[in-house]
Structure formats: structure tokens, C-alpha cells
Design a protein around this ligand. Structure first.
Ligand code: AVJ
Length: 320
């Protein structure tokens, strides 16, 4: 769309901004309105997410870390000699450090769209694991990419922690797992963090924390649109809403207009009815059986499922 790109370029001239601009415009001119959760993570959003991971109500991060720590020896036991660890998306290094400490990998390949982030992360890991070969790949990990030649012939182990897979629609999760299998090859392993279905009150609290950090994280998307795309969203006119959709097994996050209003951005006027929502995120929760079926449907089989004692979260080893 030439019009959209021209306007985005007038504001901040790069390809990333113009993809953001066209996605936002498409999402807000459709019914129901929606925005992609991938846009949460600008500098402020990444910082807010980091705060979320430390909230008392937000169990996933600390539960997954607990599993990786407590089951470290069992995880190490299934990792072949001289293996390369390929991480799909690279966030905080806390989780991968646990695997690297326990499992004696020969190489680590973080794959992420953000080059700056990868470089900083690679530096700190090279420093702390001097025997580890670190080969970052700048790519969109949801699409096909090539592994570095340096890990040719090494056994491959994929790593996709954090229940990031929960952000995908089930058919997208299937496509992603298929693509990962293609990239890693036959015989590969994949270690995936999967959030589990549980008491709805626990889920509700995790996305409606008392301190309001998740609300700020959700609303930050509008702030980002104002800043990067020249929008004029009034943040006080939108409310954070997170609900559990039982039929679809997912937490949904929305930003709900508190009153009728119009917003201007990129030369377009967007009208909101009172109570109208922008759907900003889905976070799918799986039963162990349902995730097993998804894995099998995408060419993997589940080798081991590790959970915490309360079965809040799972770390699953898949084999290609
Ligand atoms: C990063 C997608 C796993 O779904 O729990 C946290 C994002 N959103 N609180 C999740 C999130 C609101 C998180 N994931």
C-alpha cells in the first residue's frame, strides 16, 4: 500500500516502521479490531515484560526456570555428545544458561530478528562459556532459515522456551513446529516450554496483576503507535482487559474503549464505539494430550514431559 508506506516513511524512514504502519492500519480498520502481540516489545515493552516475569501472580517464568533447574540432570541425559543448541527467538539468557551449564553443548545458535540484541547476548555468553562456539543467526525464526555451516554434522537440539508457542494460533504452532523440524533435520530434538490449562482463577490473576504492570504492558502498544506512527491515542480512554476463553483454551488480552472516540493516525480516522475492543494477544494454554496431538501432527513425537509439582507449566522434549 503506497499511501501507507509514504506516510510511515515521512515519519521514520525504515522498512520495519513501514511494516508496523501497515499492520497497525490493517488491524485497526478491520472488524473486530486487532493488533499483533509481536509489537509489544519495543524498549519500554520489553522492560515491562521483564517486570511481568517477576510478578507474584505471573507463574510461567519462575515455574519454567524451576523445571529447567530441577530436571537439569534428566534433560542433560537425553542430549547427545557434541550437540548444537538452536534457540528460536532470543530473549533474556537466564533459561539458556541453565541448559548450557547442565548439558555441555558444543555450540549455541540463537536465532532472532533483532541483530543488536543477538550481538550483545552472544558477547556475554562467549565470555561466560569460553569453550562454547556461539553462532548468532539474524532471521525471522517463524520462516525458513539456514543453519550456520559451522554446526554441520553436529546433533541438533532446538529450544523454544517461555510458552511463546502459546502466542500462535494452533495451526500456526503446527506450521512453526513443521518448519523447525525441516530446519533441524531428522533425529533432532526440540525442547519446548508449554503453559498448561489450569484453574481459571490462577490464569486470570496472572494476566490481571494487582500492581497493574500487565495493563501498562498492554497500553504501551498505543503509546508506541503514538510515538512511532504519529497517532493520537488517549491512553486514559482505554482499559486493559484479560479474560480466559474456555472454548478456545486461551487468555485473550484486549484494550477496550471507555467511551466513543476517534483516533487519527497515518492520515486515517479510526472510530471507536464505547466498549469496542482491540484484541491485542492470545496466549493459548494446552493440556498435555492436546499438545502431544499438535506435536504429532507436525512430524514430532513427544519423548518426555517434565512439569512442576502443581502441573502449572511443562517443558517437553520432542524428537523428530
Ligand atoms: C511471552 C507470550 C509467553 O503469553 O504469558 C505476559 C506474554 N502477555 N503477560 C504470555 C504476556 C501478558 C507471554 N508470552
Amino acid at each position: 500500500n503506497v499511501h501507507v508506506n509514504a506516510l510511515a516513511n515521512a515519519h521514520l524512514p525504515d522498512a520495519k516502521t513501514s511494516a508496523f504502519a501497515s499492520d497497525v492500519l490493517a488491524g485497526l480498520t478491520q472488524q473486530p479490531k486487532q493488533l499483533s502481540p509481536k509489537y509489544f516489545y519495543d524498549a519500554a515493552g520489553s522492560d515491562l515484560f521483564e517486570q511481568i516475569t517477576r510478578l507474584p501472580e505471573y507463574y510461567p517464568t519462575r515455574t519454567e526456570l524451576g523445571i529447567l533447574r530441577d530436571r537439569g540432570a534428566e534433560i542433560a541425559a537425553i542430549i547427545p555428545e557434541d550437540a548444537a543448541l538452536i534457540e528460536f527467538g532470543a530473549g533474556a539468557t537466564t533459561k539458556v544458561r541453565l541448559l548450557l551449564e547442565n548439558c555441555g553443548f558444543a555450540a549455541y545458535v540463537p536465532v532472532d530478528i533483532s541483530g543488536d540484541f543477538l550481538t550483545a547476548q552472544a558477547e556475554s555468553l562467549r565470555h561466560d562459556f569460553p569453550d562454547l562456539a556461539v553462532h548468532p543467526v539474524i532471521a525471522d525464526f517463524t520462516t525458513a532459515f539456514s543453519l550456520p555451516r559451522a554446526i554441520d554434522g553436529k546433533p541438533k537440539v532446538g529450544f523454544f522456551p517461555g510458552s511463546t508457542i502459546g502466542n500462535f494460533e494452533p495451526h500456526e504452532a503446527c506450521r512453526f513446529l513443521r518448519s523447525a523440524r525441516e530446519i533441524l533435520g531428522t533425529g533432532a530434538l526440540m525442547i519446548v516450554g508449554v503453559d498448561l490449562e489450569k484453574d481459571e482463577r490462577i490464569l486470570h490473576a496472572a494476566y490481571n496483576d494487582a500492581a497493574g504492570v500487565t495493563a501498562r504492558f498492554n497500553l504501551n502498544l498505543l503509546l508506541r503507535i503514538n510515538r512511532e506512527l504519529g497517532g493520537n491515542f488517549d491512553l486514559s480512554a482505554f482499559a486493559h482487559r484479560a479474560i480466559y476463553n474456555r472454548e478456545q483454551h486461551r487468555i485473550e488480552m484486549h484494550l477496550v474503549a471507555r467511551k466513543p472516540q476517534t483516533v487519527r493516525l497515518l492520515g486515517t480516522t479510526i472510530a471507536f464505539r464505547a466498549g469496542e475492543s482491540i484484541h491485542t494477544e492470545n496466549s493459548y494454554k494446552y493440556s498435555i494430550a492436546r499438545f502431544g496431538a499438535l506435536a504429532r501432527g507436525s512430524g514430532w513425537s513427544v519423548q518426555t514431559v517434565w512439569t512442576d509439582a502443581s502441573e502449572m507449566f511443562s517443558v517437553q522434549a520432542l524428537v523428530a
